[in-house]
Design a binder for this molecule. Structure first.
Ligand code: HDE
Length: 716
């Protein structure tokens, strides 16, 4: 096929990238890319023959009589046959996800600890693909459910692919990989009726959590606001497992990987997340796409925590236990690089669905540790790709490394590479394709001394399960703590087996008596009278309120502007311009999606403003903030609309910044007819409960409103 728009677009991009690694990856993908939106292309069969009719099966037919369809129609059979086999098995977990391409830049070399080029060469720009996901739900489930989020990054480095297959929480439910199938079975829909979908709020999940006290720390994270992130762009990423780094002197270091979002960590409130699951199940997917397409590229600071070999036993916890963090106060995070996402995939299936991450994919200078969860993962990821993608999945464009690949792994179903040569084994008489030497960049395994009894046991420090659960809870703000209590109350209310909610209420007393008592009362468990163990009272930097941007911004925040006929054009245009200038994303919402006319404008003499959506089509949940410009007729219409009042009330209940000017303030006042909530009607700018109102429209009002909207970033 002639060079098409997409592949030539990719090629152009590649040329501008000037022979860089990113250019290399793009060029390699361009070879496999075809443009369907090309008016010069023609429909063909899979074997390349142009087709004149793909709408009617070849059949015996006259003007008034339809006879049998003919088996001889190969093109029709091919079309149906290909359709019949379109589906592949979804990921056994993390089935629902969204991906994006990006770049990794290193600011500070880690050569003291590693030889890995990607972590030592500050002149490099390493291309990458990131896939975010929920864990429990099926591929078609909702984005905003309470769950852990996957944060998987494939770095296409000069020395081969390096995958960090992480999550948005730094710990995990279990310590030993052999428990994984039990754990996942308990979280997935129950086996008898396949209920519930994408929920941890059911008997089996909480039964397992109680029976595995090692899960206590992790379920506190999952029940916290971290379980309902506002955006993939606003969550942390953690490698979770302990890896190792190896430097040029052959010294080894233990390492944990961190990604901290430059936009800060933000979450929904639960009511919002629940509603969004129905109102817009693709909310996170669309959010990522909206930001990248608008050029507001999400960025994370990349950091490492490092413990030198020999110091691994200096901690009260085992540094190989994935249910434990390394508190930052004990092992600081060194931020050394930046990950940016800047390009959406061209096609979901071939890129986001077919990407195959493996914890086993490490590059020279990076290695594993004896973390028993990681060791099992190293088997599982390689293995699972086989049932999802078949053999030769490494050759799919999204999975191909940017460096040369050559070995004697051959054949298998759907092999693409054609390897020339007369031998396919090593050693061979030609000395063809010999193994690499260390100085040629070969992967070197650390010569680790190992001794011990072969046993099905866990070592001593792995037996302590509550200390860091307390540490996490103690570190939360009062608002975050109340969200945790509300979350347990919701989840355990969905468990109808008293054994489950009774026991879980008792378990919470191992963390905090007050928490256990409030949850037990809500869910009908017997109320614990004394703490299961004393609280050590320690805290760490674990509240998400401590991960906020240095310069708060409303960039990428979605602001709904409510208007009806007769709106104040000065106020409307002013706020739209101010929001755009601040790189926020304004959406105009009206009672209908056909033109709305400003005060003094006439249908016919003016085009009016065409809203992006109408009040029934989108709900306040889909926006970060609501603004109501003045205009007597506009506001009178909105004040009569139950939906408009609900919009403002709901936004208020979800702690969103609300702004109103001129008569718009009256709508806020109507909506705020709640006990104990009062809004002044004075002419100056009023800021109370996160609501900014200014009865007189003046430029300063917009500034105040914007300031408040920025403040919205602080609501957790
Ligand atoms: Fe995974 N996990 N996992 N996991 N995991 C998979 O691999 C597994 C664990 C994580 O976007 C599977 O390709 C075992 C921890 C992410 O494609 C599977 C254990 C962490 C993704 C698998 C764990 C993760 C997966 C399913 C316990 C955070 C999605 C499909 C030992 C550090 C990757 C696949 C993507 C996916 C196994 C525990 C993160 C079955 C056995 C801990 C982000 O191989």
């Amino acid at each position: 096929m002639a060079s098409t728009a997409i592949s030539s677009g990719l090629q152009q991009l590649q040329e501008t990238l000037n022979g860089s690694l990113e250019g290399h990856k793009l060029a390699s993908m361009a070879k496999d890319t075809k443009d369907y939106n090309n008016p010069n292309a023609r429909l063909t069969t899979d074997y390349g023959v142009k087709q004149e009719n793909t709408d009617d099966w070849l059949k015996v037919v006259t003007d008034d009589k339809t006879g049998p369809s003919l088996l001889e129609d190969h093109a029709a059979r091919e079309k149906i046959h290909r359709f019949d086999h379109e589906r592949i098995p979804e990921r056994v977990i993390h089935a629902r996800g969204a991906g994006a391409f990006g770049t990794f830049k290193l600011h500070k070399s880690l050569e003291e600890y590693t030889t890995a080029g990607v972590l030592t060469d500050t002149s490099r720009s390493t291309p990458l693909f990131t896939r975010f996901s929920t864990v429990v739900g099926s591929r078609g489930s909702a984005d905003t459910v309470r769950d852990v989020r996957g944060f998987a990054v494939k770095f296409y480095t000069e020395e081969g692919n390096w995958d960090i297959v992480g999550n948005n929480m730094p710990v995990f439910f279990i310590q030993d990989a052999i428990k994984f199938p039990d754990m996942v079975h308990s979280a997935k829909p129950e086996p008898n009726n396949e209920v519930p979908q994408a929920q941890s709020a059911h008997n089996n999940f909480w039964d397992f959590q109680y029976l595995h006290s090692e899960a206590t720390h992790m379920f506190m994270w999952q029940q916290s606001d971290r379980g309902i992130p506002r955006s993939y762009r606003m969550m942390q990423g953690f490698g979770v497992n302990t890896y190792t780094l190896l430097n040029a002197k052959g010294e080894r270091f233990f390492v944990k990987f961190h990604f901290t979002p430059q936009l800060g960590v933000h979450s929904f409130v639960w009511d919002e997340a629940l509603k969004l699951a129905g109102q817009d199940p693709d909310f996170h997917r669309k959010d990522l796409e909206e930001a990248i397409t608008n050029g507001s590229y999400p960025k994370w600071d990349f950091g490492v925590q490092i413990i030198p070999d020999g110091q691994e036993h200096d901690f009260e916890f085992d540094i190989l236990d994935a249910t434990k963090i390394w508190p930052e106060e004990q092992v600081p995070v060194q931020y050394v690089g930046e990950l940016e996402l800047n390009r959406m995939p061209d096609e979901y299936f071939t890129q986001t669905e077919q990407v195959a991450f493996c914890t086993g994919h490490v590059v020279p200078g990076i290695g594993f540790s004896d973390d028993p969860l990681l060791q099992g993962r190293n088997f599982s990821y390689l293995d699972t790709q086989l049932s999802r993608l078949g053999t030769n999945w490494q050759e799919l464009p999204i999975n191909k490394p940017v460096c040369p690949v050559m070995n004697n792994n051959r054949d298998g179903q759907l092999r693409h590479t054609i390897t020339k040569g007369t031998v396919n084994y090593w050693p061979n008489r030609y000395e063809a394709t010999p193994p690499a030497k260390k100085e040629e960049g070969a992967y070197i395994d650390y010569p680790q001394q190992v001794a011990g009894m072969k046993q099905r046991l866990r070592s001593k420090k792995f037996q302590e399960h509550f200390s860091q659960a307390q540490l996490f809870y103690n570190s939360q703000t009062e608002a975050e703590k109340s969200h945790i209590a509300a979350s347990f109350s919701f989840e355990l209310d969905h468990c109808d087996d008293p054994v489950v909610y009774e026991r879980m209420s008792q378990r919470l007393a191992d963390i905090d008596l007050g928490l256990a008592q409030s949850v037990a009362e809500m869910v009908g468990g017997s109320v614990p009278q004394k703490a299961g163990r004393p609280n050590h009272g320690k805290t760490s930097r674990l509240s998400q309120t401590q991960f906020q941007p240095k310069n708060p911004t409303i960039e990428t925040r979605r602001v709904a502007i409510l208007i009806a006929d007769g709106f104040d054009a000065v106020a409307y245009n002013g706020i739209v311009a101010a929001l755009k200038a601040a790189k926020a994303v304004p959406y105009t919402i009206g009672p209908r999606r056909s033109a709305i006319y400003a005060a003094g404008e006439q249908k016919g003499s003016s085009k009016g403003v065409t809203p992006d959506h109408h009040l029934e089509g989108m709900r306040s949940t889909m926006f970060d903030s609501v603004f109501i410009p003045g205009g007597a007729d506009s506001v009178a219409t909105l004040r009569k609309s139950g939906r408009a009042l609900h919009w403002v009330r709901e936004a208020f209940a979800h702690l969103k910044a609300i702004g109103a000017v001129g008569e718009g303030v009256d709508l806020v006042r109507d909506a705020a007819a709640l006990p104990g909530v009062e809004f002044s009607s004075s002419e100056s700018v009023v800021d109370s409960y996160g609501v900014v109102t200014a009865s007189r429209t003046k430029p300063e009002s917009f500034k105040e409103v914007l300031k408040m909207a920025k403040g919205a970033a602080d609501f957790v």
